[in-house]
Design a protein. Structure first.
Length: 197
């Protein structure tokens, strides 16, 4: 996982409301490095200069990792109420990430992140995002840009409802990078699966 994510990432954070409409966006830079076994990250909000740093010796037990560098992070178990998950997929020198905040009655917020190890991708549209949305069983699929799908649960979930959130990036060469974080009806984290959704 580290070899795909180490380095300096220039990015753009885009906050979407519960209907998939862009609320704001701002530039960021993220440093990820391995210093003698200590993983260090530092996120800088370029418009304010504010920084958030983390260090850890090993990957958190609640982190799920794919061989191609994708990962997800969130609680090991959830209730029908608030929970947060972060997912990331990587392709060469680019990444797509989401941070999903689930509230007591559906989605509170989704942050969509576009990152490049070289520089911020100038080809990414500057037009405000209004995600096309469609239903997929009990879940929703949002499309923030061509080739990218977000799997989201916008329901007012009840006890016993299984749930998931996911990120899928279909690339021009026909390959797909995806990560889905799933919870069963008891709220327990399930093992990674190649299924979509």
């Amino acid at each position: 996982m580290l070899q795909h994510n180490i380095g300096q990432w220039a990015g753009c954070f885009i906050r979407l409301n519960g209907d998939g409409h862009e609320q704001e966006r701002f530039p960021t830079s993220l440093s990820v490095k391995d210093s003698d076994g200590l993983i260090q990250t530092c996120l800088t909000y370029e418009h304010t200069g504010q920084q958030r740093s983390m260090s850890f010796q090993s990957l958190p037990p609640s982190m799920q990792v794919c061989p191609d560098g994708g990962w997800s992070l969130g609680p090991t178990s959830i209730t029908p109420w608030s929970w947060v998950a972060e997912l990331c997929v990587v392709y060469q020198s680019e990444r797509r990430r989401i941070v999903v905040r689930h509230g007591v009655s559906g989605l509170d917020q989704v942050v969509y992140v576009v990152e490049s190890a070289d520089q911020y991708n100038p080809a990414f549209s500057t037009d405000p995002i209004q995600c096309p949305r469609r239903r997929e069983g009990n879940l929703m699929i949002w499309q923030p840009e061509a080739g990218v799908e977000l799997l989201l649960d916008a329901r007012d979930r009840q006890t016993g409802d299984a749930t998931a959130c996911g990120l899928r990036w279909s690339l021009a060469d026909g390959s797909v990078r995806q990560m889905v974080r799933r919870y069963d009806g008891n709220g327990s984290l399930l093992s990674l699966s190649p299924e979509w959704p």
